[in-house]
Design a protein around this ligand. Structure first.
Ligand SMILES: Cc1cc2nc3c(=O)[nH]c(=O)nc-3n(C[C@H](O)[C@H](O)[C@H](O)COP(=O)(O)O)c2cc1C
Length: 328
């Protein structure tokens, strides 16, 4: 698939080899998921959202788990959330110290637990605070580019996100915007407004990364072309399918074979055990298995032992069984 997605671009002076970005995914986008996306071609990877308060007040384990960066995943952006400018300043400094290449701020999360503290998409309704937080992050990040991921608004028809994006660039010195053109009350469903994204792209003096509705190769390409965005952020479309990065970059065609998917999931299991220990990895990975089962195109009966695997040992055995059945 030949397209402009494989051309380089820059954000805040950082050179990126192509226009595919791994989106921030809470509870998912740790170092090995990001490393996986990078192995398959992503030009930039963004972490799961990390609490700025958690970094300031957290213990060594918080830092070890949320700020672990693999040497091969650069350039990497760590996404922070929070509602307090001074805490954000310190958190951005901690992230810079940990070796990130960029800091991203979450102004788009619609989850009640986050919004009721005044963070996430609640900041769309509190623009002065939103600007102050971003300015503090820019100062705390010590020269690293800061980007903000936001939505078009909290409620249908709102454009508060568009207005805020301009203020964040002009008043806070933000280097780029990741735009998810669904209002927060839509959560993650409904058609994103790519024409509104195009309007933002045209009017903003910094790059816009587009998020939303990119669950197939065709959808990602269509949204990229329609919006004119500098890059697209793959989110749910990348889960269990890092091959999508390769296909969109014109590096491969078609879906992977069952063996390829099984080998990739074995790699994920190994990394999760390394990161969390065998027991926690077994629990953590349960949400990952259905994604890989779907990419393998398994029937309900075929996928059952994998998606219900209580431990990583059971998951490995299920994978061996699935690939042995193909080899036989
Ligand atoms: C499970 C899940 C976790 C997410 N976590 C985050 C997050 O931590 N930070 C963020 O800015 N967006 C988060 N998002 C939003 C995605 O980055 C993306 O904007 C959204 O899924 C829309 O893209 P898609 O329709 O292509 O999946 C999350 C989405 C999902 C489904």
């Amino acid at each position: 698939m030949a397209n402009a997605l494989d051309t380089p671009w820059t954000i805040g002076g950082i050179e990126l080899p192509n226009r595919l970005v791994l989106a921030p995914l809470a509870g998912i986008g740790n170092w090995f998921v990001r490393l996986q996306a990078k192995r398959y071609g992503a030009g930039l990877v963004v972490s799961e959202m990390v609490s700025s308060f958690g970094l300031k007040y957290g213990d060594a384990r918080t830092h070890r788990e949320f700020l672990r960066i693999h040497p091969d995943e650069h350039p990497v952006s760590i996404q922070l959330f929070g509602h307090d400018a001074e805490v954000m300043r310190e958190a951005a400094a901690i992230v810079a110290e940990a070796g990130a290449d960029m800091v991203d701020l979450n102004y788009g999360c619609p989850v009640r637990k986050v919004c009721k503290t005044g963070a996430g998409s609640a900041l769309l309704d509190d623009p002065d605070r939103a600007v102050a937080i971003a300015r503090a992050a820019v100062e705390g990040a010590g020269g690293l580019p800061v980007t903000v991921k936001l939505r078009c608004g909290n409620r249908p028809g709102e454009r508060t996100g568009v207005t805020l994006a301009h203020r964040l660039v002009e008043e806070a010195g933000v280097s780029g915007i990741a735009f998810h053109p669904r209002h927060a009350s839509q959560q993650h469903s409904g058609q994103p407004d790519y024409d509104l994204a195009a309007e933002l792209v045209r009017s903003l003096p910094v790059p816009v990364m587009l998020s939303g509705g990119l669950r197939s190769d065709e959808a990602a390409l269509h949204a990229f072309e329609r919006s004119g965005a500098a890059a697209v952020m793959l989110a749910r479309g990348s889960l269990g399918n890092p091959w999508r990065f390769q296909r969109l970059l014109g590096l491969r065609e078609g879906e992977p074979t069952r063996e390829e998917v099984a080998d990739e999931l074995r790699w994920v299991i190994d990394r999760a055990e390394e990161h969390l220990g065998v027991e926690r990895a077994g629990r953590y990975l349960r949400k990952f298995y259905p994604w890989y089962a779907e990419t393998m195109g398994l029937t309900k009966a075929e996928k059952q032992p994998l998606v219900e695997a209580p431990t990583t040992a059971h998951a490995r055995a299920a994978l061996d069984e699935l690939t042995a059945a193909v080899a036989a």
